[in-house]
Design a protein around this ligand. Structure first.
Ligand SMILES: [Zn+2]
Length: 264
């Protein structure tokens, strides 16, 4: 049987982030565990998604079943895209830049991946993750900005790079350096020096464990004006070792006292 519903679903405007779920996956009850309590009109919704829907429903009921079918598709999608087959499909879309490109200047249009901040539906909308700067962004289009983040989940983008580690982009030390008429802004320059020191300390700590962490700039000849800069990557690594609230990269005021003296 032709997969009419799913084909139409993934090709309709606003659904560009979704891949087509295999029929085999959808018809295996094991994969749908727990969703019958999550989705109203569950059986009708499933029939609609699998193209066996056969009910003479009035417009009102039909509309509600269609809404449920969309919700069901989304929830199954979050599970499907962490399977081998689903990962491969999403990888193709990532390579085609279906999820857009990172807006950060130094990421040079690196492709993004969709992600959820929560796995529970109706909590937050879909966000986009850039593996190069390891930051998250809001979708540009309002059609995408309203999609439930739980349809992609919190783990998919990380699983993708665990399964395809070679695709993880090389980290860069390049970052924007604020200047006023050519002179470095003092506080920013002091913060940059502190971050440089932290990065070097982290690199030598890693070296102590036998891990050699390299940046793009360590292997390439850098010819642009920003080449003496720090990176965002170390901040991310550093942050992951600190308790929440000690966000050194974003809020100077939030940093623990004594951890960073940027004013000397
Ligand atoms: Zn980026």
């Amino acid at each position: 049987m032709a997969n009419v519903y799913r084909e139409q679903f993934v090709s309709s405007r606003g659904n560009e982030y979704f891949c087509e779920i295999d029929e085999d996956y959808l018809t295996d009850r094991f994969n749908l565990t727990g969703l019958n309590t999550e989705v109203p009109y569950y059986q009708y919704a499933l029939d609609l998604v699998t193209d066996v829907f056969d009910l003479d429903a009035d417009d009102d009921l039909r509309e509600q079943i269609e809404k449920s079918a969309r919700h069901l598709y989304g929830l199954v999608h979050a599970r499907y895209i962490t399977t081998t087959r689903g990962l491969a499909k999403m990888l193709d879309k990532y390579k085609r830049h279906d999820f857009g490109k990172c807006p950060r200047v130094f990421c040079e249009g690196h492709p993004l991946l969709p992600m959820g901040q929560h796995d529970i539906p109706n909590t937050s909308t879909v966000k986009l993750y850039c593996p190069k700067c390891e930051d998250t962004y809001n979708p540009k289009s309002s059609r995408h900005a309203t999609i439930d983040g739980a349809y992609f989940g919190t783990s998919f983008h990380s699983i993708l790079f665990q399964v395809y580690p070679a695709l993880n982009p090389e980290k860069s030390r390049r970052r924007y350096e604020p200047r006023v008429y050519g002179f470095k802004v003092h506080a920013a320059a002091a913060l940059a020096r502190w971050q440089d020191k932290q990065r070097e300390a982290l690199q030598s700590r890693l070296r102590g464990f036998g891990i050699e962490h390299r940046y793009i700039e360590d292997t390439e000849v850098e010819e642009d004006e920003f080449d003496d800069d720090d990176d965002d990557d170390t901040e991310q690594l550093e942050q992951s070792q600190q308790p929440e609230g000690a966000d050194v990269s974003r809020g100077v005021a939030d940093a623990e006292p004594g951890r960073m003296d940027i004013f000397n």
